[in-house]
Design a protein around this ligand. Structure first.
Ligand SMILES: [Zn+2]
Length: 484
């Protein structure tokens, strides 16, 4: 504005020239202002450009006081017409979804959407202040808000969700800069019911029903006190599980869920367990009689393993003569995690001759467990360290005198090895009195909830199948626990 005023003041030599110059200057002013304001802030253009024309006129009228500039006033109406013609094209706002291409940068993606490079670079720079560009993956969808006026396209904002619990929005400010904001979307808790039949493995059965692997692992851990998955489970057996799963807004499971109720139906015998939270915050699983499933030792300290050699006399595979086998061998691939059978203290964690890498835990004054032929020890496992039941203490291997990857597992009671599969293991806590009554009432409610959720789920699945007659192929089950 200032520039224009000065220019106008300096041209008064001849009226025609003033007319032309003023007209050009004013047209330039309109274009300049539309250009600057519009380019940086289209959304308010519909209002501001109209106001701009009105604002331009009084300036011209004010100048018209001096005689040589009288003509300028006459041109004002021309200018208004010109501006009106330009404004006849109303800005169009639209939203467009674009996708990050493979190996493309964020700004490149915006340029590909035919946005001005200034906008693309400024928006990308704003994003960099709240989120690491390198974490963006190909296929990331981004919703762009674009304003279009004639040939000009302007980015007014964009929004996307780079992670299930994160939302980023970038908005254009009135001064043309961009501000990015990232907010964490709260997790929702979804209660989910699933039931499935076991064919190859429990994991596979869970996978077919869409149960997260972490939930199946928790289920296996909860039952590992009393069930030998290799010997007790058979094809045709069933599982049920009711669990709380934290999920993002779009339903994506996030983090570890919690099992509320589970059941294994083994040869038509139902073996349920229920989660109980005590007043002091302690959590435990109980069978229908109110007995804790937690025993002093795990029956199987390695997941998905099968017994390859039992306890007792046998021909030693390497030595070739009869020898007492003082433990149980579980065949499992190298690297399979080994769990502490019970809570206690590490007595030994070292290379121990024929045992190879060897761990011995002391659980109480009378009971120890030993683990041999490991490929490596878990972090923090050394003599004197404390471990909790279920902690990973090491990994299956074939160190020492061994024919292949397996865990040699011993239970030692009063300094003598006993058969881990038949040793009587005292049960944990038992519910009694009023607590037991409440627990039994709770069972009925939980089972009802499980049934209702399962029916609802089945109904919605049936509806989905009507809509898409060809359901997506289900992922192949992963065989973890082999069946005999
Ligand atoms: Zn052995």
């Amino acid at each position: 504005m200032r520039l224009v005023y000065i220019r106008l003041g300096s041209v008064h030599a001849n009226t025609l020239q003033v007319r032309r110059t003023a007209s050009l200057l004013l047209t330039g002013l309109i274009i300049l202002c539309v250009g600057v304001t519009g380019h940086h802030y289209w959304p308010s253009l519909a209002v501001s450009a109209g106001a701009l024309v009105r604002a331009a006129a009084p300036v011209v009228a004010g100048m018209a006081d001096s005689a040589p500039l009288q003509a300028v006033a006459e041109t004002a109406s021309d200018v208004q017409e010109l501006a009106a013609a330009a404004l006849a094209q109303t800005p169009e706002n639209s939203t467009r979804i674009v996708e990050m291409g493979n190996g493309r940068t964020f700004s490149r993606m915006l340029l590909d959407a035919a946005l001005p490079s200034d906008d693309a670079l400024a928006a990308a720079a704003a994003l960099g202040k709240v989120y690491d560009h390198r974490k963006l993956k190909a296929g990331q969808e981004v919703a762009l808000s674009i304003t279009r006026l004639g040939e000009n396209r302007t980015l007014t904002g964009l929004a996307f969700s780079p992670e299930p619990t994160k939302e980023i929005s970038i908005t254009r400010q009135p001064d043309g800069s961009f501000i990015a904001q990232m907010k964490n979307t709260p997790l929702e808790r979804q209660r989910i019911a699933a039931r499935g039949e076991i064919r190859g493995s429990l994991y596979g059965a869970g996978e077919r029903e869409g149960v997260p692997r972490a939930i199946m692992a928790a289920l296996i851990r909860a039952y590992s006190h009393e069930i030998d998955f290799q010997r007790d489970l058979h094809a045709g057996d069933k599982f049920e599980v009711l669990y709380d799963q934290p999920t993002a807004k779009d339903g994506t499971p996030v983090g570890q869920g919690v099992i509320i109720y589970a059941a294994l139906i083994i040869r038509d015998k139902v073996r349920p367990l229920y989660r109980v939270t005590f007043g002091d915050g302690a959590v435990d699983y109980f069978n229908e009689l109110g007995q804790s499933v937690k025993r002093s030792l795990l029956r199987t300290p390695v997941e998905g393993a099968r017994v390859t050699s039992g306890f007792g006399m046998r021909i030693h595979p390497l030595l070739g003569y009869s020898k007492m086998h003082k433990g149980v061998d579980f065949g499992a691939p190298t690297g399979t995690p080994i769990y502490a059978s019970g809570t206690g203290v590490v007595e030994e964690a070292r290379f121990n001759g024929a045992y190879g890498r060897y761990i011995r835990l002391r659980h109480n004054g009378r009971t120890q467990t030993a683990y041999a032929h490991l490929s490596r020890f878990a972090k923090g496992v050394y003599a004197g360290a404390r471990v909790q039941q279920g902690d990973v203490i090491g990994f299956v291997g074939t160190s020492g005198r061994s024919t292949g990857p397996h865990l040699h597992y011993e239970v030692i009671v009063d300094r003598k090895q006993v058969n881990p599969l038949s040793v009587s293991m005292p049960t944990g806590r038992t519910l009694e009195g009023k607590t037991l009554t409440q627990f039994k009432q709770g069972q009925t409610k939980i089972k009802q909830e499980f049934q209702n959720l399962l029916e609802k789920d089945t109904a919605s699945q049936n509806n989905a199948q009507v809509l898409s007659p060809e359901p997506e192929p289900k992922p192949k089950p992963v065989l973890v626990a082999q069946k005999s």
